[in-house]
Design a protein around this ligand. Structure first.
Ligand SMILES: [Zn+2]
Ligand SMILES: [Zn+2]
Length: 126
């Protein structure tokens, strides 16, 4: 976990670049979740990357939102995003059930791109 947004973005860019060098991926779904899981792993303390923002601009750096403000962020920015992640302590929201299921698979079960990206949610540090 990173301390500040800037630190998180720097780690994200570094990790994405080395992941692409080590193992270039072409499947858009894998590319998306690899970037998302890296963003998650290096998130700033108390924040989560918005799934819908990343979907809208997959090549951008992650949009980090305060965990407790994810709901209001989605209400304001993505009106369709009302589907909640079922994982406890994960406040990420989605446009569709399919997105939620993919998120749970890649981020909670597989934690693609980094080990246990989500196992540290709710705990301080890892
Ligand atoms: Zn968003
Ligand atoms: Zn989740």
């Amino acid at each position: 976990m990173a301390k500040t947004r800037q630190e998180a973005i720097n780690m994200f860019l570094e990790q994405v670049a080395s992941a692409e060098k080590l193992r270039p991926e072409t499947d858009p779904e894998i590319v998306f979740f690899k970037r998302y899981c890296i963003a998650l792993y290096w998130r700033p303390d108390g924040m989560l990357p918005c799934h819908v923002c990343q979907e809208d601009n997959p090549r951008n750096t992650p949009m980090y939102i305060d965990e407790t403000n994810m709901k209001s962020h989605c209400k304001l920015q993505h009106r369709k995003a009302t589907i909640k992640c079922t994982e406890q302590k994960c406040t990420v929201l989605f446009n569709s059930l399919a997105d939620k299921e993919l998120h749970e698979f890649y981020c909670h079960k597989k934690a693609y791109g980094n080990n246990n990206a989500f196992h540290v949610i709710g705990s301080s540090g890892h």
